[in-house]
Write a protein that binds this ligand. Structure first.
Ligand code: CP
Length: 313
């Protein structure tokens, strides 16, 4: 495997989850694999978990790590071919990506959706241009349309906490005051398509995700009905996809409460707004898996890096 850009780069999710669990049991077992290798982590957007867990994963494999807040500290990049660069951008991706690649062996990129230009977001301009010009493996640390490291960590968390042959898993939209991207929900849906589960998405009418991603997934607009007999409830806000990037609904009736959750385990990628997306009672309760999910980010990143390093040998 050269790049890790989406869930499609996983050849067997169940095998990767088992390998990640083995890394979790003994994180330093491949400490020499990354010796002499460097990863650059470039952040065009904020991060806590992705930044620290990917760095930790690389260190567990013996890699050197360079981190740059590219969005705030790098030059504004130009992506257009043949652009006359007499406006706001200072450096073309063609040079920037090739320069970065001289300093490292693998590059991780975080570049969120603009939520203003659907076509450009769906073209994954930042990620794909680094892939095109850097000539080294690229890892998606959350792009416009996907967050495959998060989804892999979620698969590990599901595996560790599931006791049923076919659990019921619900992805529930929740309110949020700001316009958030679709990436986490998209990758969670794609990951669930690789699982043997009764998977349901619930959201207000008009808040459908990209139908090319949800495909034949069951959609239930009545949240209470969707949550009946759920084993796992993954809560996430996303902004409107049809009226792209708009916040058209902040209905507090969709906030996840202990009553709605019932006996199910609660999942969220974090960061989360307490008492908007989910109540304190749920987050502080024993059914919450959010801290485990964040812990598993390290082992998701570590299994990805291990496979990328193997491809460099
Ligand atoms: N879940 C997640 O990606 O967290 P950060 O945005 O803090 O990295």
């Amino acid at each position: 495997m050269q790049h890790y850009l989406s869930l499609q780069d996983i050849d067997s999710l169940s095998q990767w989850v088992e390998e990640a669990k083995s890394l979790k049991a003994a994180p330093l077992q491949h400490k020499s694999l990354g010796a002499g290798k460097t990863i650059c982590l470039l952040f065009f957007n904020n991060s806590l978990r992705t930044r620290l867990s990917t760095q930790k994963a690389a260190m567990n494999l013996g890699m050197e790590v360079i981190v740059m807040n590219f969005g705030s500290e790098g030059w504004a990049l130009e992506y257009g071919d043949g652009t006359i660069m007499d406006q706001g951008t200072s450096e073309h991706i063609k040079e920037a990506a090739k320069v970065v690649a001289q300093y490292c062996d693998v590059v991780g990129i975080r570049a969120f959706a603009s939520l203003t230009n659907k076509e450009q977001d769906e073209a994954e301009v930042v990620l794909n241009n680094f892939k095109k010009y850097a000539g080294i493996p690229v890892i998606n640390m959350e792009s416009s349309v996907g967050h495959p490291l998060q989804a892999l960590a979620d698969a590990i968390t599901l595996s560790e906490n599931n006791s049923k042959k076919k659990p019921k898993v619900v992805l529930s939209w929740a309110p949020h005051p700001k316009a958030l991207p679709h990436a986490v929900a998209n990758s969670f849906v794609e990951m669930m398509h690789l699982q043997d589960a009764d998977f349901v998405i619930t959201h207000p009418k008009g808040y459908d995700l990209n139908p090319e991603i949800t495909k034949n997934t069951k959609i239930e607009y009545d949240q209470d009905k969707a949550l009946e007999d759920a084993d796992f409830v993954y809560v996430k806000n996303w902004s409107n996809y049809q009226d792209y990037g708009k916040v058209l609904n902040q209905d507090k009736n969709w906030t996840m409460t202990a009553k709605k959750l019932g006996k199910a385990k609660f999942m969220h990628c974090l960061p989360v707004r307490r008492n908007v997306v989910v109540t304190d009672e749920v987050l502080d309760g024993e059914q919450s898996l959010v801290i485990e999910q964040a812990k598993n980010r390290t082992y998701a990143a570590q299994i990805v890096l291990k496979k990328v390093l193997a491809s460099l040998e």
